[in-house]
Ligand binder design. Structure first.
Ligand SMILES: Cc1ncc(COP(=O)(O)O)c(C=O)c1O
Length: 289
């Protein structure tokens, strides 16, 4: 029974110490109770915690700048949870395809992989291959096509004129830490590029330093059109940015308006301050370098 934690260590109520190799499923990549993130959260909580999205604030731009410096990407939208970021990425991908690529309305197909895990909302469990996640929750949304993870030939055959995006975990986490065959990510990225299909990488589990590179896609020098990040953005602190989707190039994500994806409780200033500190908090003493 865990009582406290610090850095990479967990302590139970009897004082036993454990090396935490799970990092709360990638929520505390910077280590537990990271002092810089905690300090940022406490300081911000005493200033202003949340504004509605009708107002600008002084923290969100800093977080966007950190994300831009980290990835080179042009646009970002903060969400309250990872699965919300996945949902928003799907909406943006569909809208781009309808308005820019001319897929007939309502016909967009998004390719996903078997054994995927992208969260727990009704549309996301609807394209899961895991009966435990789906059973008794249907009916589900149409518009998703499932292929085996890591097979570029099947991906090539699955792409049609109505394919709007390929959504992938570069390393499948929940499925048991499954790596794709060497070269798959590179081949998948090339197929997406050749067919003008958006590549959407869910790096909630594999990103932000979890696999020895900042993002798992980088193992094959691939950067997706849309990158989905999650809870580690703010080091697992609550409140904290639970997710974000960021787009490499504004043209590949337009037309997107933030109010189409967030409304009542946008990520607050505490969330953003944690995000900024979380990003700067990598380095010596962190769970990840
Ligand atoms: C790869 C992946 N995508 C999406 C999610 C969903 O994130 P959240 O639980 O913050 O909604 C998770 C959660 O662990 C995840 O591992």
């Amino acid at each position: 029974m865990i009582e406290r934690a610090e850095g990479v260590w967990l302590y139970d109520i009897e004082g036993n110490r454990y090396l935490d190799c799970l990092a709360a499923y990638s929520a505390v990549n910077q280590g537990h109770c990271h002092p810089a993130i905690m300090k940022a959260m406490i300081e911000q909580a005493g200033k202003v915690t949340l504004t509605s999205r009708a107002f600008r604030n002084d923290q969100l731009p800093l977080l966007c700048k950190e994300l831009h410096n980290l990835t080179g990407f042009e646009m970002a939208l903060m969400m309250n949870s990872g699965v919300e970021a996945v949902e928003s990425a799907i909406k943006v991908a569909r809208k781009w395809n309808y308005t820019r690529k001319g897929i007939p309305s309502g016909q967009a197909e998004l390719i996903v992989c078997s054994n995927n895990f992208h969260g727990r909302t009704i549309s996301v469990v609807g394209f899961s291959s895991e009966p435990q996640y789906r059973d008794a929750f249907g009916p589900f949304q149409a518009g998703f096509k499932m292929i085996p993870f890591g097979d570029a030939q099947v991906l090539r055959r699955a792409i049609t004129a109505n394919t709007c995006a390929f959504l992938i975990e570069p390393i499948q986490g929940e499925a048991g830490v499954i790596l794709p065959p060497d070269g798959f990510l590179e081949e998948a990225a090339a197929l997406c590029r050749d067919h003008n299909v958006l590549l959407v990488a869910d790096e909630i589990q594999s990103g932000l330093g979890r696999t020895g590179k900042m993002f798992a896609c980088m193992h094959e020098f691939v950067m997706p059109d849309i990158l989905i990040l999650g809870k580690a953005l703010s080091g697992g602190f609550y409140p904290g940015v639970g997710g974000a989707f960021i787009a490499q190039d504004s043209e590949r994500a337009q037309p997107w308006r933030s109010w189409e994806h967030i409304w009542g409780k946008p990520s607050g200033l505490c969330d953003c301050a944690c995000g900024v500190a979380g990003d700067r908090g990598r380095g010596p003493g962190c769970a990840v370098g």
